[in-house]
Design a protein around this ligand. Structure first.
Ligand code: ZN
Length: 367
């Protein structure tokens, strides 16, 4: 993720903090500082850091459970909206997904129990003090925060843990894709209800959360269907085979001609031996034109070092590589390294459309 900084590495997983999270801390310190002085600012920042420590532990719950099934996690990022664990994949066995999805909320339950014990021995829960800006009872505040985190995450809607729990439970009784569709629909129904409620009550944050859940459910459903439709097919079945290339001596001016003459948006740049030197995207081209002018060589602004795909690579795997590369297109090369195709996200979705049309129940001869 761009604009995020690594702050630690625990159990082989990088812990990263996004710049906007630091901005959030700064904002909180400022607002509380103005209203209740240094003391207020200290407690507000301290409280926020402690809550996000719980978010981090929650994400580690997911990551460590996934690790038990051999699934690695690249990193965990803290954002103002919460934590994101970048797992290599989600387990598809329903029982494993259930365990991974529940491991996060389970961490909150453990924290709640620990806080309960500590509070029981230290004067009990003091709810009034939570809203006292000059010296809130941090332990009670953490108790409330963990309870909200637990209940919120168990809402049965993607991308929340509850949505995954629901899918995993459904998937024990039906195919994975159908379970995902049903879980996503329930999630969207809930998001719609929450959004309507938020609109009537004028609750902006809750409204944003509803939109976030709605989009998350949509994405998950689309992603799973795309993945299932593409598994079992090789890259060569969906790659672009007719496309224009640029020579590494070409200038941006010549690239503009190529751009205007075709519907292509990415151009492989070839070296003297016909090997792939880099990829020029429409975005790079326009940016380069504005910064350096039309006489600039394409090699100055092209993207280098992209991973290449082999034609027999599984489409599902290729799609993951494409997503992780952050590029809009990847080169497909044969054994000798010669460029034979271009693999783009549009290819995958077009391929998916065709597969979907072929698999329509009304097209099948047998019921
Ligand atoms: Zn979670």
């Amino acid at each position: 993720m761009r604009w995020s900084f690594k702050i630690a590495r625990v159990a082989g997983i990088d812990v990263r903090v996004h710049a906007t999270f630091l901005l959030l801390l700064g904002g909180i310190a400022y607002i509380y500082g103005v209203h209740s002085g240094i003391r207020g600012a200290f407690y507000a920042v301290m409280g926020t850091v402690l809550v996000f420590l719980c978010v981090l532990l929650h994400e580690f719950g997911h990551a460590l459970a996934a690790k038990a099934y051999g699934i690695s996690t690249a990193d965990i990022s803290l954002l103002p909206i919460g934590g994101v664990a970048r797992m290599e994949r989600m387990p598809e066995k329903p029982l494993q997904e259930l365990v991974v999805a529940l491991a996060g909320p389970l961490v909150n339950v453990i924290i709640l129990l620990a806080l309960g014990v500590v509070l029981a021995f230290s004067g009990g829960v003091n709810l009034e003090s939570v809203s006292d800006p000059e010296g809130p009872d941090l332990l009670t505040m953490l108790l409330v925060a963990n309870l909200i985190m637990l209940l919120f995450n168990l809402i049965p809607a993607f991308p929340l843990d509850g949505g995954r729990v629901l899918r995993a439970l459904l998937a024990t009784k039906m195919p994975y894709a159908r379970a995902t569709r049903i879980a996503a629909s329930i999630g969207q129904g809930l998001a719609f209800a929450i959004g309507t409620f938020a609109a009537f009550k004028g609750l902006l944050l809750l409204g944003l959360i509803a939109i976030f859940i709605y989009i998350g459910a949509e994405n998950e459903s689309a992603f799973v269907q795309m993945r299932l439709a593409s598994s079992g097919f090789p890259v060569s079945s969906a790659m672009m085979t007719r496309f224009n290339t640029l020579d590494h001596h070409s200038t941006l001016d010549q690239a503009v001609d190529a751009l205007l003459g075709t519907s292509q948006r990415q151009f492989p740049v070839l070296d003297d031996n016909g090997g792939m030197a880099g990829l020029l995207t429409k975005h790079n081209l326009l940016l380069g034109l504005r910064r350096f002018g039309p006489g600039t060589l394409v090699t100055e602004v092209m993207v280098r070092g992209l991973p290449s795909l082999l034609p027999h690579t599984n489409l599902e795997r290729a799609f993951t590589v494409l997503q992780q590369s952050g590029s809009q297109a990847l080169p497909v090369v044969d054994q000798t390294g010669r460029l034979i195709g271009l693999f783009t996200a549009e290819n995958v979705s077009e391929f998916f459309l065709v597969q979907n049309a072929l698999a329509r129940p009304d097209r099948r001869s047998a019921p």
